[in-house]
Design a protein around this ligand. Structure first.
Ligand code: WTA
Length: 702
């Protein structure tokens, strides 16, 4: 007899019928009464308010959480599908909403608490008043010194320090479109994004602490400027923050006339105030580059009004943020999670948002929990990779600290039920509610999650669509896969929502092709019902309406919750002159979920050597960054290919992960499969019949 576990460990019995339906499913956990007692969203009527009949007007509830300069006249304009427009006619400023409007009530409350990695450096609290001052001064610098105005783009390559949100908010104050590139990306990766976005200004820092060492970060800016120049794009100014104002820590010289220290320049703008620029709801707020099926990362363009409304609404209802909460999301602001759920959502709600500079397990397994204890964090948000890492580093560590979370989030990858249970029992001490939030860079905010005070939790399942989101699973024949069928398919969202990206920067066609082409029912229709959004994730829908996300169906590898394109890594390999062909596949990794594994063929006449392998590793680290470092590099005599010459990554992935290679008789060179297998696995075949779902479907969209 299956059991469901409720708050206070009351065990309920499940009927045989339920067991049949839920066969192989996880038990349910119910939100603790204490959590429900204080939650923002406890009214079950929310499902009715956000029902399909009330779409799109239901989303006005989120827009009403903001302060508008001018009210919108049309909630959703569908005249140009799938380029939806939200809150049309409305005007507002994002920085005003995240900072200025809180001053009357909360000026002395911490907006940000920044925790330096060296434990000897005390955390720094920045109040809303102080944030207001710093953002205004930075906005003045950007406007009056860097010459930036609304609509210009700026690339920001900064680590997890207060300088990053301050710079973003200063841009938002002016209507300048920011493009934050994850600090761990290489200078080259930054440079291609600088060029694509057309940023004349690049903002960086001399260095920061990571794993006990000061990283020289300015190097990246010099490389980025050079790479952009190769692409025909000129950067006029590089603005360099300093980790310790007044002391330059980089070995890379400042370039006269191009590079400027921000801390020095800011002195000229001391006490300056800049009026927030009233922006159209549809004006772009930022770009965020992400990987897709092709080699070139796409700049997801997010709008001002709809985006802020969506992240504010979901921060309030799903993250359950109140102004008095201390909220810590461990993601990096350089990813979408950080934009939406460290900076914009929490600050729009006047929360206290924690920013940690370094590695969660530095100098030891207890660091994360010491930070949470010291700052009295009560909402904790992280990824399955971090949870796995923290568990491995110290399985009992959380019990040693006086930490009490009311709410915990997991995001970015599927979470194994066993890992979920550790999070729930040991980290949350059975007092915290967990939300498993599924969404993507393109989406602005959460798509699937339980409503924390209303829905039971199910380990490993994200949950139903969040309010106003209507997900559906389609098969390859465009048929809906019914709930409870036990079949996997492609998860799509049937309706538009305010947080969805506007387009791909400078590539409207690609936007339509990637997200709407596959399931569009009628290209000429202006009815949103004909334009489901294709997410590129495989998923299953249980009979209870909960979605379990299986992983990407395109050529994207989810490494530690970060998206890397197989084609991007392959292009990096091909920059090594010895390499004739490269194929990248996901390998299962105990901590990071998936990591890239590389197969290469050498040019004729060349012999395999460690030197070539090292060159390939170096090329990947330089062109993309250390996060893309492969688990292994295999030099093989040939690649498995179809008769039409298509490289069969699926077969290589099966070899890497000891899975069944499936039918290979239709390949042009079936014999190569055994040769490659032996090279990788050794003489004796080791084959698992079953592998993880995402790997079974890997390459299925090729
Ligand atoms: C995966 C991160 C399972 C998914 C916010 C998606 C998840 C990709 C979950 C987007 C989750 C995200 N459960 N898988 N809760 N959340 N994913 O753009 O494959 O960096 O397509 O956005 O991460 O990654 P991105």
């Amino acid at each position: 007899m299956a059991k469901t576990v409720e708050d206070r460990n009351v065990v309920r019995e499940t009927t045989e019928a339920q067991i049949a339906v839920h066969w192989g499913e996880e038990e349910l956990y119910h939100p603790p009464a204490k959590f429900i007692g204080q939650a923002n969203l406890t009214d079950p009527d929310v499902n009715k308010r956000f029902s399909e009949e009330n779409f799109p007007d239901c989303f006005q509830e989120y827009a009403e959480m903001l302060t508008w300069d001018k009210h919108w006249h049309t909630t959703l304009d569908t005249n140009e599908p799938p380029f939806w427009k939200w809150f049309v006619g409305g005007k507002l400023n994002v920085c005003y909403n995240c900072v200025d409007r809180h001053l009357a009530k909360y000026k002395n409350k911490a907006a940000l608490i920044c925790v330096p990695e060296p434990e000897g450096e005390a955390p720094i609290a920045i109040t809303y008043q102080e944030l207001f001052v710093r953002v205004n001064e930075m906005a003045a610098l950007l406007r009056d010194f860097a010459g930036l105005k609304a609509g210009d783009r700026v690339t920001i390559h900064l680590p997890m320090l207060a300088e990053l949100p301050i710079t973003m908010l200063a841009c938002a104050r002016l209507g300048v479109i920011h493009s934050v590139v994850f600090g761990g990306f290489s200078g080259e990766a930054c440079g291609t994004r600088v060029a694509d976005s057309g940023s004349r200004v690049l903002i960086t820092i001399d260095g920061y602490y990571r794993n006990g060492k000061m990283v020289d970060h300015k190097a990246g800016a010099d490389i980025a400027v050079a790479v952009a120049a190769q692409e025909g794009h000129t950067v006029d100014k590089v603005l360099v923050w300093r980790r310790h104002p007044g002391q330059y820590a980089s070995a890379w010289p400042m370039i006269e006339g191009r590079d400027f220290f921000v801390d020095e320049k800011l002195k000229e703008f001391s006490g300056k105030r800049v009026d927030p620029v009233s922006m159209d709801a549809e004006a772009p707020l930022f770009l965020m580059y992400t990987s897709g099926s092709t080699g070139k990362p796409k700049g997801c363009q997010h709008r001002t009004g709809g985006y802020l409304a969506y992240v504010t609404g979901t921060s309030k209802y799903i993250q359950d943020i109140h102004p008095e909460d201390v909220y810590w999301c461990m993601a990096d602001i350089g990813w979408i999670t950080g934009h939406s759920y460290i900076v914009y959502g929490p600050l729009a709600l006047a929360a206290t948002s924690v920013i940690y500079e370094g590695v969660p397990t530095y100098p030891d397994a207890g660091r994360t929990w010491r930070i949470a204890e010291r700052l009295a964090v009560n909402i904790f948000h992280t990824s399955p990779t971090a949870i796995r890492m923290l568990r491995k580093a110290g399985v009992d560590e959380p019990t040693k600290y006086d930490i009490h979370f009311k709410h915990m989030t997991t995001v970015g990858e599927p979470i194994e039920p066993e890992v979920w249970r550790w999070y729930y029992n040991t980290v949350g001490k059975r007092q915290a509610v967990i939300v498993d939030t599924w969404w993507q860079t393109e989406n602005g905010g959460f798509l699937c999650s339980t409503k924390p005070a209303l829905d039971p939790m199910k380990p490993g399942s994200a949950g139903p669509g969040v309010p106003g989101i209507f997900p559906v699973i389609y098969d390859e024949m465009r048929q809906e896969v019914p709930a409870g069928s036990g079949k996997a398919g492609n998860i799509c969202i049937r309706n538009p929502w305010p947080g969805i990206m506007q387009t791909i920067w400078n590539d409207h066609k690609r936007f339509v092709d990637v997200y709407y082409d596959k399931y569009c029912k009628n290209r000429n229709s202006k009815d949103w019902r004909d334009w489901p959004y294709f997410a590129s994730d495989g998923a299953m829908l249980a009979a209870d309406g909960y979605f379990r996300i299986l992983g990407r169906v395109d050529d994207v590898i989810n490494v530690a919750g970060h998206r890397l394109g197989t084609k991007e890594i392959e292009s990096a390999c091909l920059t090594v002159p010895e390499i004739a062909e490269a194929a990248v596949v996901p390998a299962v990794d105990e901590i990071k979920g998936r990591v890239p594994e590389v197969y290469i063929c050498l040019r004729p006449g060349l012999k395999p050597s460690q030197e070539i392998v090292d060159k390939v590793t170096k090329a990947i680290e330089t062109i993309i960054g250390k996060i893309a470092r492969p688990k292994a590099i295999h030099i093989v005599p040939d690649m498995p290919k179809t008769r039409s010459g298509k490289l069969m990554r699926r077969v290589l992935s099966a070899i890497t992960n000891r899975m069944n290679t499936g039918d290979i008789t239709t390949l042009a060179n079936p014999d190569i499969v055994e040769q490659v297998r032996e090279l990788v696995q050794g003489k004796e075949p080791v084959v698992l019949q079953e592998g993880p779902e995402d790997l079974k479907q890997f390459g299925s969209q090729e």
